[in-house]
Design a protein around this ligand. Structure first.
Ligand code: SF4
Ligand code: SF4
Length: 129
């Protein structure tokens, strides 16, 4: 499973950031969210969701001896992995990188995204649930 983004449908409401932080940390703090809404200042100026793409080949873990299947279940990661992510999809806050763990198989951001900008895509990789 992975989250597929349809950025043209994003309203920029940022509710996804709120529920991500609330679900994982117990408090609303968009800085502690694995999904981030960024303004595309160099392009069309619209807001677009950035979240881990669930890559088959995980550049973020390159050079590490670790079990991918275990790492993908974790919400906070070492910040060094953020520098290796090809898509800039690991936000860093206070020394930690925030990684989308798919809420254990029931992504809360997808549930609250009423415009449909976030959708679940099933794949063999990332079979979290
Ligand atoms: S909840 Fe959906 S529409 Fe709102 S900011 Fe997040 S991705 Fe965009
Ligand atoms: S953190 Fe980045 S490189 Fe790693 S799986 Fe997600 S999008 Fe891909």
């Amino acid at each position: 499973m992975k989250i597929k983004v349809f950025k043209e449908l994003c309203s920029g409401c940022r509710i996804c950031e709120m529920v991500c932080s609330l679900f994982h940390t117990g408090a609303i703090n968009p800085e502690r969210s694995a999904i981030r809404i960024r303004k595309n200042d160099l392009g069309n100026g619209l807001r677009e969701p950035i979240v881990c793409r669930g890559c088959g080949k995980m550049a973020c873990l390159e050079g590490e001896r670790t079990e991918e299947s275990q790492e993908v279940k974790k919400f906070t990661w070492d910040r060094k992995r953020a520098e290796k992510c090809t898509f800039g999809a690991l936000p860093v806050f206070q020394g930690e990188a925030y990684h989308c763990d798919l809420c254990g198989g029931n992504p809360r951001c997808v549930k609250v995204c009423t415009p449909g900008a976030l959708r679940i895509q099933h794949s063999k990789k990332r079979a979290v649930a």
